[in-house]
Each structure stands twice: as structure tokens, then as C-alpha cells.
Design a binder for this molecule. Structure first.
Ligand code: SAM
Length: 418
């Protein structure tokens, strides 16, 4: 087969009998000998058994786990075509939404080994050993990682100690996860396991926290509410200089450089002049990553659905005297309505992967002069941007931010105006 394009998920795409065939690990222009594996929706899935004519853009993937780990699926592509492909994802998303030729800026890059948040999969294997890593490509298998080239080395340094801990932790029967948030006070660990945490296990966690300089270890059974299992000291990080104490497993932008690029693009998207008593709404505000920078320009109301994040944001704003009011609100069930929206000179929204399907139609019908949409999913962005296009909004600027190096994920900041 001849590979015609690189798909949105990072797989090469060929055609056979009028059907698209997805071939992981291949690149446009390559000729491969392939074996069909089955169907993927309307398309076919195949495996390249041999690359007969490799692309000049093919490079040796630097990570030893490339073949199995599902994290970095396009590490075999040279840097310049990789950056062009990533940026093109935003160009295509906006084009699909009805904004062909939108002013898309250059790709903002983030360096390897700087990701400060990891959501690791844990699995106990036969013999009691525990695998710690990421899920495999399109599979449920867990790749047991010895290294990772995107994560901050301080997180990677915890892999082996975690394996040792979990081997002895009866609370992990078969499956679990570990979220590591690298804060300024050290790694903050949230363990989710499928068993019960008894008193000896709590002592084990406390000893582990002391030994590895971990200020807090929280634990939850499966998807239950986390509880603090061991606390050795305060947990804190600064968001534009404002100290915030995140709850266990809190959402953080993936890397400091990515966060800085997003904040810069959001601030640049505000009108140069705001009316004297202007207010900005920050929707899906999390811990206030965007609220605090926005508060340097106007009063901010920060809407967020997770109670613990709202409390952390509110406490941080109170202590710092920042002009941010935090409000708990589920924006899927109870989006801001027209009457509420008209109070704002600008609305910033940074929804989860699924986008903001409930809020965006109300924004599209609103009189809000400026909407700044921060997206981590070009497909959801394309759907939501189309609704804003139908509402009469134009794109003033769009910034693609490569927070998830070598993966198909793309962060973008798009500025809409009436
Ligand atoms: C992509 S994060 C952005 C957080 C923040 N803006 C930042 O930059 O760190 C999305 C946030 O939306 C929140 N969220 C998810 N679903 C929500 C909902 N239905 N209503 C309100 N907030 C929600 C999540 O808790 C999370 O904090």
C-alpha cells in the first residue's frame, strides 16, 4: 500500500477499494507491505509488516518504548514536517468550522522532559509485580516504562520506587492509576486502586512519602472521592505568582512552557482597551490558571464544576487579594444564559476534551464582544467554532500550542469577535 496522508490520530492513511486504511507507524509517501487486521468504523485497520520505501521524513524514534507505548505515536517523523502536521490540525479544524484562511499563528513548542502531570496506569501482573506506565497503542495493555522522554525526569524517577511500593500494597489488587502532579513543593501523588487501604497500607504510604520527599499522598478506591492518606507538608504551586493549594489530582496545564504560551495567547486576545469597570468570565476555570492572569486586566468571575477546585481558587484569590470571584457551576447542565453573558466584556472558556456543547450555542446568540476559546481537542473545537460561525463570530487570531509533544493531541487558543 502507498500511504497518502497522516491522519488526525497520527496513523498513516492508505486507500483500498474506496475505503480508508489506517496504518500506525507509517508516513505519507511510504510504500509498505501490510496485513489487514480488521475494521475501524467505516475504515480498515492494518499493520505495516515492512516499510518497502521509507519516507525521507522518517527518523529513528528516540524513545525505547516507541513500539508499544500509546503516548508518543509520531516520534518517527522529523521535526519540521511534524510541526507542520500539528499546526495543520488547527488550520483544518477552523476550515471545517467555516473559517477557511483563518489567521493561524506558528506552532508554539514545548520542550521534551518538561511535562509536569502524568496519569499513569497501574496493573498487577502474575507473580505480584506491578506494571507502571501508559496504555499501549489502541490497546488496553500497560507499557511498563523504564523512561519517558516527555515527562519531567523528577516524575520518571518515581517509576521504580512506585513499582516497589505497589508490589507490597495489597490495596492494588489488579488495576489502578497514579496521577503525579509536580508542584513547587514536590510531587503530589493521587493513587486510585481497586482494593481497600488498611492501616498497615497507610503506614507504608507515609514511609514512602517521607523517603521520596512527597508532601502528600492521596488515595481513592476506584473512582471514589480521594482522601489524604499521608501528608508530610504543604502542597502549593504559583499561578502567575499567586500561590494555590491544588486538591489531589487537580487539572494542571501539562507543562510550564505550554501554560505560559496559552496564558500569553489568551491575554493577547483581549481587546487592547477594556471599559473601566469591565468584567471577564472564565469558564471551566480549574484552579485559576487563566483567571489570575486575566485579573490583571479586569474583574474576573471564574466558573468551575469541581467543588474542591473552586475552594482552592477562592482561597488563593482571597489570600492574594486578586479580583477573582470563584463560582461552582456545572456548565453542561446549567450554562450561562444570555442575560448573564451580557455582563461580560469577554468570555474565556477552556472546556474539557469533549468541548462545550451546552454553553457554545448560548454564546453564539449572545452579544459578548470577545470570546477566547482554549481547546485541547481540535474535533470538539471544530464543532463548537462552527456554532460560533453561524452566530456571526469571526476569528481574529488562532494559536496552536504543542503541549503534548509527539502525540496527536493539540492545544489551541482561538480568539473570536463579533
Ligand atoms: C481543560 S481544564 C481547564 C482548567 C483551567 N482553565 C486551566 O487552564 O487550568 C477543564 C476544567 O473544566 C472543568 N469542568 C469539566 N466539566 C465541567 C462542567 N460540566 N462544568 C464546569 N466545569 C467543568 C474541569 O474540572 C477542569 O477544571
Amino acid at each position: 500500500m502507498t500511504i497518502e496522508a497522516l491522519g488526525a490520530g497520527g496513523d498513516g492513511i492508505a486507500r483500498q477499494g474506496g475505503k480508508a486504511v489506517f496504518l500506525p507507524g507509517t508516513l505519507p509517501g511510504e510504500q509498505v507491505r501490510a496485513r489487514l487486521l480488521g475494521k475501524r468504523g467505516d475504515a480498515l485497520l492494518a499493520e505495516a509488516e515492512a516499510v518497502l520505501a521509507p519516507s525521507p521524513d522518517r527518523v529513528a524514534p528516540p524513545c525505547p518504548h516507541f513500539a508499544t507505548c500509546g503516548g508518543c505515536v509520531v516520534q518517527h517523523l522529523a521535526d519540521a514536517p511534524y510541526a507542520a502536521w500539528k499546526r495543520a490540525r488547527l488550520v483544518e479544524a477552523l476550515s471545517r468550522a467555516g473559517f477557511p484562511g483563518a489567521p493561524v499563528g506558528p506552532l508554539e513548542r514545548t520542550p521534551p522532559m518538561t511535562r509536569r502531570r502524568a496519569d499513569l496506569a497501574l496493573r498487577r501482573g502474575p507473580g505480584g509485580a506491578v506494571l507502571v506506565g501508559f496504555h499501549g497503542r489502541g490497546s488496553d495493555a500497560v507499557t511498563d516504562l523504564s523512561t519517558c522522554l516527555v515527562l519531567d525526569p523528577r516524575i520518571v524517577a518515581l517509576f521504580e520506587p512506585l513499582r516497589g511500593l505497589l508490589r507490597r500494597l495489597a490495596a492494588l489488587k489488579r488495576e489502578g492509576s497514579a496521577v503525579v502532579n509536580l508542584l513547587e513543593t514536590g510531587p503530589d501523588l493521587l493513587l486510585r486502586t481497586d482494593g481497600v487501604l488498611d492501616a498497615p497500607a497507610r503506614s507504608l504510604l507515609a514511609a514512602f512519602a517521607t523517603e521520596h520527599g512527597i508532601p502528600r499522598i492521596a488515595w481513592a478506591q476506584n473512582n471514589g472521592l480521594p482522601e489524604t492518606a499521608a501528608q508530610q507538608g504543604p502542597v502549593s504551586l504559583r499561578l502567575v505568582g499567586v500561590p494555590v493549594a491544588p486538591p489531589p489530582g487537580a487539572f494542571l496545564q501539562a507543562s510550564p512552557a505550554g501554560e505560559a504560551a496559552i496564558v500569553a495567547a489568551v491575554l493577547a486576545g483581549l481587546p487592547a482597551k477594556l471599559p473601566p469597570r469591565a468584567a471577564i468570565a472564565d469558564l471551566f476555570a480549574g484552579l485559576g490558571t487563566l483567571s489570575f492572569p486575566l485579573a490583571t486586566r479586569a474583574r474576573v468571575t471564574a466558573f468551575e464544576g469541581v467543588t474542591e477546585s473552586v475552594a482552592a481558587l477562592s482561597a488563593a484569590a482571597g489570600k492574594a487579594g486578586a479580583k477573582v470571584q470563584a463560582v461552582r457551576r456545572d456548565l453542561d447542565r446549567q450554562p450561562l444564559i444570555a442575560k448573564e453573558l451580557q455582563a461580560y466584556a469577554a468570555v474565556v472558556l477552556d472546556p474539557p476534551f469533549s468541548g462545550a456543547a451546552a454553553q457554545v450555542p448560548l454564546l453564539a446568540r449572545s452579544s459578548v464582544p470577545r470570546i477566547i476559546y482554549v481547546s485541547c481537542n481540535p474535533a470538539a473545537l471544530a464543532r463548537d467554532a462552527q456554532v460560533l460561525a453561524q452566530g456571526g463570530y469571526k476569528v481574529l487570531a488562532a494559536a496552536p500550542v504543542d503541549q503534548f509533544l509527539w502525540s496527536p493531541h493539540l492545544e489551541s487558543v482561538v480568539v473570536f469577535a463579533r
